[in-house]
Design a protein around this ligand. Structure first.
Ligand code: SAM
Length: 294
């Protein structure tokens, strides 16, 4: 049973964080978030905020592994994770299995929200927001209202770090690569043909792409879940994201777009630009107001 938060806070004051050991990590999904994702967030956010004293919000926190790493490896002291699913409820078990950690830190709090439900005004303003591989899953009509709401959640001068990978029009933008390795297949084949490829897939899938939800679904249920996720993708492009962020009142302080070194097939070249087809990742650092307000 998870102990009440006040108890964890009191224990940590007296004895510090529960011990943990990264040498026990055996799961590649865990490692990818605990190391890579957390380090990237820390590089971008830590460059403009003091992560140790900042109040942070993670929009679309998933299982919360990245948040845990930001506390344990980068010294964050207050992260509130929100998500429309409750994968974060697995974090105490995951931390026990992967780190031998008996209690997750009191610095972490989590909340389940309804899609698009406003957050602003429900908590004191935060210094920083992050969102990792989430905005491509948000219903298109909710993108601008959510960005406006997140803008309102920030204190003046606060920052929002947002990452998306893979972007929809890139070779594996379907998020189906774990079952289908043909680049741009989702832009070339029918949905029925894609589903048949997935259904026919046998054998293990890339361990770094298997989240902790896999065990709940089983192999076939996971295929159906992943395919539904593909069908729900909002097909957002990096240009559209930047335009929406501007409409929500953010200024872009820094951005990076990454592209794959693959040649798109001729049948797609007339339909989409090469730049769009090759751009698989975007990182944005957005600010509320200008840096002088920070
Ligand atoms: C690919 S997962 C990424 C989760 C986590 N950031 C990570 O890196 O593991 C996308 C997440 O976005 C969440 N999500 C989708 N739409 C959302 C919305 N409208 N509000 C909040 N979370 C949302 C999903 O529930 C899911 O946990």
């Amino acid at each position: 049973m998870t102990p009440p938060r006040w108890w964890t806070v009191a224990r940590e004051r007296l004895w510090g964080l529960a011990p943990w050991d990264a040498g026990r990590i055996s799961d590649e999904w865990f490692r990818a978030h605990f190391e890579y994702a957390a380090d990237v967030v820390n590089q971008w956010v830590g460059g403009v905020l003091d992560v140790r004293s900042a109040r942070l919000l993670n929009f679309g926190c998933g299982d919360g592994i990245t948040d845990l790493a930001l506390v344990l490896r980068h010294g964050a002291t207050a992260i509130h994770g929100v998500d429309i699913r409750r994968e974060y409820a697995k974090l105490p078990r995951i931390a026990r299995e992967q780190l031998g950690m008996r209690r997750i830190p009191a610095a972490l709090t989590f909340e389940t929200i309804q899609p698009g439900a406003p957050l602003a005004g429900r908590h004191p303003p935060v210094d920083g927001i992050m969102s990792w591989s989430t905005f491509e899953h948000v219903e298109r009509g909710q993108l601008l209202p959510i960005l406006c709401d997140l803008h309102a959640c920030l204190r003046p001068g606060g920052v929002f770090f947002l990452q998306i990978e893979p972007l929809f029009y890139s070779p594996y933008g379907s998020h189906l690569r774990r079952y289908d390795d043909v680049p741009w297949h989702h832009l070339l084949a029918t949905e029925e043909a894609l589903w048949q490829v997935i259904q026919a897939h046998e054998g293990p899938i890339d361990a770094a792409e298997v989240d902790f939800g896999f065990a709940d679904f089983g192999a076939d249920g996971y295929k159906r879940f992943v395919f539904k996720e593909y069908q729900a993708l909002n097909r957002l492009t990096a240009d559209e994201l930047v335009a929406l962020a501007g409409q929500a009142g953010f200024t872009v302080e820094r951005q990076e777009r990454r592209s794959v070194d693959l040649q798109p097939p001729p049948e797609l070249r007339g339909r989409y630009s090469d730049e769009l087809l090759r751009n698989n990742e975007v990182f944005l650092l957005l600010r509320k107001g200008d840096a002088r307000a920070a």
